[in-house]
Design a protein around this ligand. Structure first.
Ligand SMILES: Cc1ncc(COP(=O)(O)O)c(C=O)c1O
Length: 424
């Protein structure tokens, strides 16, 4: 069992700040530390730069596209990876130039592409042959084109977040990738290089190492076979984070040494000297935020004691989707610890956090903080059971707190309804 104290520098709130924020903004509440997030980005960029001068980091906005988060990532020098028109519009609303955005997706529509191209998107990462024809018909000349490859590596992570294995809907497999390069050249598309992303929450870097090596080898092979010289290779994101004490993710430095090292080794002596890119989401933002809940009900049953909080599946679907586990902390610890199951408010079983340690006298009104909720929580939130999505507070570097996303209002929740008059 790894020692939880080793390198555990996840952001967490002290009791006094938690009380203040809960009183000011209500619960459930996402709380992001600006300083923590900025320092994660700086460390990632520095670790990459140390291994590959000029390496470019794009922040994967699907992890958390709250505008303040996008603006901070951009101000720290990141490009922004968007996987939909909505994410592109969010980046624009955060003041990010589309020229700094990469557009992803396995089924981009003509409307989405038309919008992105009209706004001057910086890079399109094409997924399949029909997209190449679509881009040609839309006229992509002013931007840069990258082909997403499926490197056929099988990451050790949840099947729902594996994307790089051979059986995948994403990217060009080994059979079609060289033909896709030839198609780009015959259509006159502005191809600059290749991309892959093999999976997410990877504690073992073997798949990303394999992906980076695959990209490099493919770039050499394609140059030798077709004469096309890649000037850009991006091996995606995927570095895991610490959700609980049993996760021991690599440091940014270790990870970059391994993954970039694989590309460097494969490129050595080839004459190719591409710009390298990466696209992390989770590893930049996840550990920089917590969710605050208030306990409503404590109910012992013969098998366990349930602690019900004022949120759940609608603000964090990951436990239900992937069986994801989290560290949950009480904000007072007067009593010795006992084991509880924290459940949400929803009409599924909505078991959020199984078998967690909390003070034995935990009671209604207490606050709980859940660590490592910065990624794939707010962006995956829903209105299930008609709960309003929570607010987000940003703890600034001077210690002040500002609300950067307010709780959804009842009017907003009902705004899309179009009830036929005769049904009223
Ligand atoms: C294409 C692409 N790039 C980057 C990411 C970000 O991954 P992560 O948040 O694991 O770093 C994802 C996530 O699924 C992705 O699909």
């Amino acid at each position: 069992v790894p020692d939880e104290s080793v390198r555990d520098d996840r952001f967490r709130l002290d009791a006094e700040t938690a009380d203040r924020l809960a009183a000011e903004f209500g619960t459930p509440l996402y709380v992001i530390s600006e300083g923590h997030f900025r320092s994660r980005i700086r460390r990632y960029r520095a670790a990459f730069e140390a291994e590959w001068p000029g390496g470019q980091v794009a922040y994967a906005s699907k992890a958390n596209s709250t505008l303040a988060v996008l603006a901070i990532a951009a101000s720290e020098g990141c490009q922004i990876d968007v996987a939909s028109e909505g994410e592109l519009r969010a980046a624009q609303a955060a003041g990010v130039e589309p020229a700094r955005c990469h557009f992803h997706g396995n089924n981009k529509t003509a409307e989405e592409l038309r919008y992105a191209l009209s706004q001057g998107i910086g890079m399109v990462v094409a997924d399949n042959e029909s997209e190449l024809h679509l881009l040609h018909s839309l006229g992509i000349a002013a931007t840069k084109l990258v082909l997403r490859l499926a490197p056929g590596v099988d990451p050790k992570t949840d099947a729902k977040i594996s994307t790089g294995q051979a059986d995948t809907k994403f990217g060009f497999g080994s059979g079609g990738a060289v033909a896709a390069v030839e198609l780009c050249r015959s259509l006159g598309l502005p191809l600059i290089g290749f991309h892959c992303h093999v999976g997410s929450q990877l504690i073992d870097p073997e798949a990303q190492r394999g992906g980076a090596e695959y990209l490099a080898r493919f770039a050499i092979e394609v140059r030798d076979r077709t004469g096309f010289t890649a000037t850009y290779l991006n091996f995606g994101g995927g570095l895991g984070v610490r959700y609980t004490g049993i996760d021991a993710p690599l440091t940014f430095e270790e990870y970059n040494r391994i993954a970039v090292g694989a590309a460097r080794e494969a490129l050595a002596g080839s004459g190719l000297d591409p710009v390298l890119g990466q696209e992390p989401g989770r590893s930049l933002i996840a550990e920089s935020a917590v969710t605050l809940y208030r306990v409503g009900v404590v109910k012992p049953v013969p098998q366990r004691t349930y602690v019900s909080v004022d949120g759940g599946l609608s603000d964090n679907p990951r436990p239900a989707m992937y069986g994801a586990r989290y560290d949950v902390r009480a904000l007072r610890d007067e009593a010795p610890p006992a084991r509880f199951t924290v459940s949400g408010k929803h009409c599924e079983t909505d078991l959020l956090f199984l078998d967690v340690e909390l003070p034995a006298d935990i009671r209604p009104g207490d606050l709980l903080q859940v660590l490592t909720t910065g990624a794939y929580n707010a962006t995956m939130a829903s209105n299930y059971n008609r709960y309003p999505r929570p607010a987000t507070a940003l703890l600034r570097e001077d210690g002040s707190a500002v609300r950067v996303q307010r709780r959804e209002t009842w009017d907003e929740m009902l705004a899309r309804e179009e009830l036929p008059e005769d049904l009223l």
